[in-house]
Design a protein around this ligand. Structure first.
Ligand code: 5AD
Ligand code: SF4
Length: 446
């Protein structure tokens, strides 16, 4: 685990009732994992929050007058090269947000009581809007321009098309460390993909933190996939990692129509409990995930799915965990990655109440993995007797053996000469293990 960020000063001015005092304490709790420590002075604060009860009449003027003083401090700090973020909280802030920001432009954000848990996200977005980079010194484009031309070593290659994340799942550090969603221009990607194909690459996996949020081509990721599918020699296209929220109709349709798009999709769901999904800020529920899976499978019936799961997220009860098992049973996954929740400093979930004891997490993870393993075995076993097109990638461990991948990303072992490496060959699957398939070449008969 990385060290906690250095202390930043947090000034909260609370006006009015006991309820507001309680709210201010909640805000301080949510901000503590980001390294914010309370200060009783506004002038050296990295974040100043005013939490008024009502901005009306007399009180209104008091708040605007305080904001006026804070503005002067903010300007003085800016001259010294320091940044001060100013927030107004409370019910009235929620109702009159735009008016407050119009009357006092020093205010960076307004946040209502329903959104205090989103403060880390709102602050990160404010930093981004000001053009402050959080972790990367480079603009993403500059990085790509500076990279040397690719020298692929095999028949498969990864191709980065998107970086960053705007989703702010409450357990995840990526939005804070990688910055905003950014898409590489389609023309650059196409040039790189052509170069890869000319050097013998037959399969590309398009990479992005939120790859299906890609918007650098007309028609988004689906448009990019269609352009790449037209490149001679590029027979297989995959992409990862997708977010359920960005799985649009065009991309679903592409799965049914673009032959090069492989029928395997990594689509993390994290949990099957709506309560936990809400606390994770995932932006989808269990039902909407299942409906999405149904739509994708309607377009491409043989599509295999994999996912990421987190067990023991703060507040997860036995019934929430069982809802996750129910979702897994309902979908049937061909593979999965699963994790015990681990608090990451600087993320909202790290400060949430109801942290789950380690032994409970371990016990749930074991149950979850047992179910997922059963499904993976069943998926592999179902391939026995079928003929699959396999792209051969390298020699196996034993002489005379080569290894490739099925359309569903399964490793396939075959007794065959090395010259088949780089070719897509029809293979009859004879045996299925938990992690791989063994097959024999189907010889063409005249
Ligand atoms: N604890 C456990 N798992 C996490 N992941 C991300 N953050 C955490 C965390 N704090 C997992 C999610 C994500 C995958 C890449 O890593 O499942 O999809
Ligand atoms: Fe973004 Fe994925 Fe992290 Fe959620 S889990 S914040 S979608 S990178």
């Amino acid at each position: 685990m990385s060290a906690a960020p250095p202390a930043r000063r947090l000034y909260i001015k609370t006006y009015g009732c006991q309820m507001n005092v309680y709210d201010s304490e909640r805000m301080a709790d949510v901000l503590a994992p980001l390294g914010y420590a309370m200060s009783d002075r506004p002038d050296d604060a990295a974040l100043a929050v005013l939490n008024p009860c009502h901005i009306r009449d007399q009180a209104t003027e008091k708040v605007y007058s305080e904001l006026g003083q804070i503005r002067l401090m903010k300007l003085a700090r800016a001259e010294a090269g320091e940044v001060m973020t100013v927030a107004v909280a409370g019910c009235v802030a929620q109702a009159e947000g735009e008016e407050i920001m119009r009357r006092q432009p020093a205010v960076d954000l307004v946040v209502g009581p329903q959104a205090y848990h989103q403060l880390p996200e709102l602050i990160a977005r404010t930093h981004r809007a000001r053009g402050e980079s959080l972790a990367c010194d480079f603009e993403p484009q500059a990085k790509f321009d500076a990279l040397p031309a690719r020298r692929p070593s095999g028949v498969t290659a990864f191709l980065t098309v998107q970086e960053g994340c705007d989703k702010f799942c409450t357990f995840c550090v990526v939005p804070y460390t990688r910055g905003a969603e950014w898409s590489r221009p389609a023309a650059d990607i196409e040039t790189e993909a052509r170069g890869l194909a000319e050097r013998g690459v037959r399969e590309v996996t398009l990479l992005g933190q939120n790859v299906n949020a890609y918007d650098g081509a007309e028609g988004g990721l689906a448009g990019l996939v269609r352009r790449l599918a037209a490149i001679p020699g590029l027979d297989r296209i995959r992409y990862t990692t997708s977010h359920p929220r960005d799985m649009d109709d065009a991309l679903i349709a592409a799965h049914g129509e673009v032959e090069a798009l492989m029928p395997y999709l990594h689509l993390p769901v994290q949990s099957g409990s709506d309560r936990i999904l809400r606390a994770m800020n995932r932006g989808h529920g269990a039902k909407s995930y299942l409906a999405l899976v149904e739509r994708i499978r309607a377009a491409r019936p043989d599509l295999a799915l994999s996912s990421d799961f987190i067990v023991g997220f703060p507040g997860e009860r036995e019934e929430d965990f069982e809802a996750t098992l129910d979702l897994i049973r309902a979908v049937g996954f061909a593979g999965a990655f699963s994790f015990k929740y681990s608090p990451r400093p600087g993320t909202p979930a790290a400060a949430m109440p109801g942290q789950v004891p380690e032994d409970v997490k371990s016990e749930r993870l074991a149950r979850l993995q047992a179910l997922l393993e059963t499904q993976q075995r069943a998926f592999n076993a179902a391939q026995a007797g079928k003929v699959l097109p396999v792209l051969f990638e390298k020699s196996g461990r034993y002489p005379g053996q080569i290894i490739g991948r099925s359309p569903y990303l399964q490793a396939v072992y075959l007794e065959a000469p090395d010259r088949l490496i780089g070719q897509i060959v029809a293979v009859e699957i004879n045996r299925a293990g938990p992690n791989s398939l063994v097959g024999a070449r189907v010889l063409e008969t005249a």
